[in-house]
Design a protein around this ligand. Structure first.
Ligand code: DAU
Length: 343
């Protein structure tokens, strides 16, 4: 392993992985390949932009010619695929882009990887492929897939395509399935950065349904560390869960953020629920721990506090995002919901 193509490396989790790998592993050349959709942001890569072992190429994983050119120009031997459409609400409003990137794009990347003799292919997937979990079950890697949103179904499709390329073509693949991730540089449409930045401006916080859904929260640096561990030590053909082992009800996360921000709970507005909303995700990650992975952030409150401090100190980063396309999306997703809100 020498030259690593990190697709989607200008996004939230991808860029955390890139910042980590560029500084920790000068022995690898890191080439970011990113379509630069609304969620791809070169600002996320400023900390490594002048590093010798870093390159940025704009390209789409569903574009065979662009992928071939990147593989050949940079002598790529390893692929880490973060490229994806990721936001569940957007997949309900307009699913086409999800099928295009998360299914067709993954297929084209796999096919190109196989043709070019790529030595290792890591695919970043999600706990949402397991669907809504019942009772106190925690998902393990061999559990069946029961995705419920168009986003989750598209990720399950890509995840299964990776399996097929391993079994059918012998491609050296590994898959990671991460839980809900938070931290710096996260596009402010996801719960934590959306609510932090809205609360800072004393704007209403739209809580879907009863707010009693549960998510397992994982710091982005721990997610990136899990991907690094699987890349270096994972067994070919296997999948590994990356969990925070930190399940919280949404409303408790929201109340915690308001407390840390010193903002009133009157900002909370209960709005009509997300369609098909999964109640709970939670996973075991013993398989990843057996490879030596450990989390750096094991306490939720200080990790949220640090995240809030980052958004307060980096208004330049999110203020310019919350314009144009973002405002269009906000209107489409929230205008009618907030009009029907209750406190
Ligand atoms: O579980 C991993 C997944 O986590 C990733 O695969 C997805 O890419 C990522 O978007 C995330 O999915 P969620 O749907 O869980 O994340 P989101 O931040 O959209 O929502 C978290 C919870 O908060 C969910 O139960 C919906 C709720 N929520 C979210 C938003 C944006 C609200 O109540 N109000 C909101 O405005």
């Amino acid at each position: 392993m020498k030259n690593i193509l990190v697709t989607g490396g200008a996004g939230f989790i991808g860029s955390a992985f890139v910042r980590r790998m560029v500084s920790k592993h000068p022995e690898y050349a890191i080439v970011v390949f990113d379509k630069m959709t609304y969620a791809g942001n070169t600002d996320n890569l400023i900390p490594v932009s002048k590093s010798q072992n870093f390159q940025l190429v704009q390209g789409d994983i569903a574009d065979r010619e662009a992928v071939r050119s990147a593989f050949e120009s940079y002598g790529i031997d390893t692929v880490v695929n973060f490229a994806a459409e990721t936001h569940v609400d957007r997949s309900i409003l307009s699913p086409d882009a999800f099928i295009y990137s998360n299914v067709v794009g993954v297929h084209i990347l796999l096919e190109s990887a196989q043709k070019h003799g790529i030595e290792r292919f890591l695919h970043v997937s999600t706990d949402e492929v397991y669907g809504d979990i019942e009772g106190d079950h925690l998902s393990v890697e061999d559990d069946p897939f029961k995705p419920n949103s168009p986003y989750a179904a598209s990720k399950a499709g890509g995840d299964l395509m990776v399996r097929a390329y391993h079994v059918t073509h012998g491609l050296n693949t590994v898959v990671t399935r991460g839980s809900n991730t938070f931290g710096p540089y996260q596009y402010p449409e996801k719960l934590i950065p959306f609510f932090i930045t809205e609360a800072l401006e004393d704007r209403p916080l739209p809580v879907y349904g009863d707010g009693l859904q549960m998510r397992d929260w994982l710091h982005v640096d721990d997610h990136a560390g899990g991907v690094e561990t699987v890349l270096l030590k994972g067994k070919a053909g296997e999948a590994y869960n990356i969990a925070g082992e930190n399940q919280e009800h949404n409303i408790d996360v929201i109340r915690l953020m308001l407390k840390l921000l010193n903002k009133p709970e009157t900002l909370i507005k209960y709005v009509p629920d997300r369609e098909g909303h999964d109640r709970r995700y939670g996973m075991k990650c013993d398989k990843l721990k057996a490879l030596g992975w450990e989390r750096e952030y094991n306490q939720f409150e200080p990790a949220v506090e640090k995240t809030i401090a980052w958004y307060k100190e980096n208004e330049w980063w999110w203020r310019k995002i919350k314009t144009g396309e973002y405002l269009e999306y906000y209107k489409q997703q929230y205008a009618a919901r907030l009009a029907a809100a209750s406190s």
